[in-house]
Design a protein around this ligand. Structure first.
Ligand code: PCA
Length: 329
């Protein structure tokens, strides 16, 4: 017991000395828990695992990041606040999940605004300053953001027009998608990615809009038949760090973290581009019918998108105007 107390005292003394000399963090090993919402196989999680390895290597093991995937440490909806409150120093979440906190977070989930990677890149450049400002007010700092492949429509029958969606029990993942689904006359239900197969097999849902990645990883062929390639939007995940936790790191660790984050963003965008064709092929090989959307379906969906864009502009105010003018819209 005495020995333990002595050890504790020594640690405190060393800590105090180090704080005075500004060496605290540099001399201590730090392990960060990192909650993420998606399973290990998801390319976002694979990218984050490489990021964590890069950070560990660049800091000589002084900063370790332990990933808790698939919502195992905090549920997806709790991750942002867990990082904000300091229960976790770093975390990943779907950026558009925060669309109800501020519309600016959800602009990349607006139907038919940015539907390919080049436009998604421009939109992120336009959105990033506002997102950074908003997160800063919550004591958070963005590290990197990576898109999902363009979002497509998964169903158990051929969909020729918006009318064919009426009444379908529809899996959603954020407020923007929920609104889109409601305007299409379907019935939205929020379901997290790890729960998709069960939600379909128990009949809670019978259709969804998501990427070829999430469709293929969920083995969509087990519970549906058609994938219609509507390329509706290119939404992103974001990795954020608690600013206080970041400030406690030594300068060289901060630099290593930021450098690894910049690399992860570049690598993640590349991985995402490669996912699209690869995962559509897996869907096809497993018997899902890959459909080109009919002009009538696209016209109907785009009409809903136009209404949502009007509403978004009204709700997003000056921040929204700044994003759209930077985007060139
Ligand atoms: N997969 C995630 C977000 C977008 C995507 O492609 C999901 O379906 O929840």
């Amino acid at each position: 017991m005495k020995f333990n107390k002595h050890l504790l005292g020594l640690t405190v003394a060393v800590g105090a000395w180090a704080a005075v000399t500004g060496m605290a963090a540099a001399s201590q090993d730090v392990e960060w828990n990192m909650p993420t919402p998606y399973p290990d196989k998801t390319f976002h999680t694979v990218n984050i695992a490489t990021f964590a390895k890069d950070v560990e290597a660049a800091t000589g093991g002084k900063l370790k990041i332990k990933i808790h995937s698939a919502g195992s440490l905090f549920k997806h909806k709790e991750i942002k606040n867990a990082v904000r409150g300091g229960q976790a120093p770093i975390g990943e979440f779907f950026l558009g999940l925060l669309a109800n906190d501020n519309p600016a977070y959800g602009i990349d989930t607006q139907p038919f605004l940015a539907t390919n990677y080049d436009d998604a890149g421009k939109l992120w450049a336009a959105q990033k300053p506002i997102v950074t400002k908003l997160l800063d007010k919550q004591g958070l700092m963005p590290l990197f953001s990576v898109p999902w492949p363009p979002q497509g429509l998964y169903t158990k029958k051929e969909i020729g027009s918006v009318d064919d969606l009426k009444g379908l029990k529809f899996r959603t993942y954020n407020p923007t998608l929920e609104k889109f689904v409601k305007l299409a006359g379907a019935a939205p239900t929020q379901v997290q990615v790890p729960d998709i197969p069960t939600a379909f097999s128990t009949g809670r849902v019978e259709a969804m809009i998501t990427s070829p990645s999430t469709g293929a990883n969920s083995k969509a062929w087990d519970f549906l038949t058609h994938y219609t390639d509507i390329q509706a939007w290119v939404p992103k995940n974001i990795v954020v760090v608690n600013k206080k936790a970041f400030a406690k790191l030594g300068k060289s660790q901060q630099d290593a973290l930021l450098a690894a984050a910049a690399k992860a963003e570049t690598r993640g965008w590349k991985m995402s581009r490669e996912e699209t064709a690869a995962k559509v092929k897996i869907l096809k090989d497993n018997g899902v019918k890959i459909m080109k959307p009919s002009p009538a379906l696209m016209a109907g969906l785009k009409k809903i998108g136009a209404k949502m864009m009007d509403d978004w502009k009204k709700a997003a105010g000056a921040d929204g105007e700044q994003i759209l003018s930077a985007y060139g819209n």
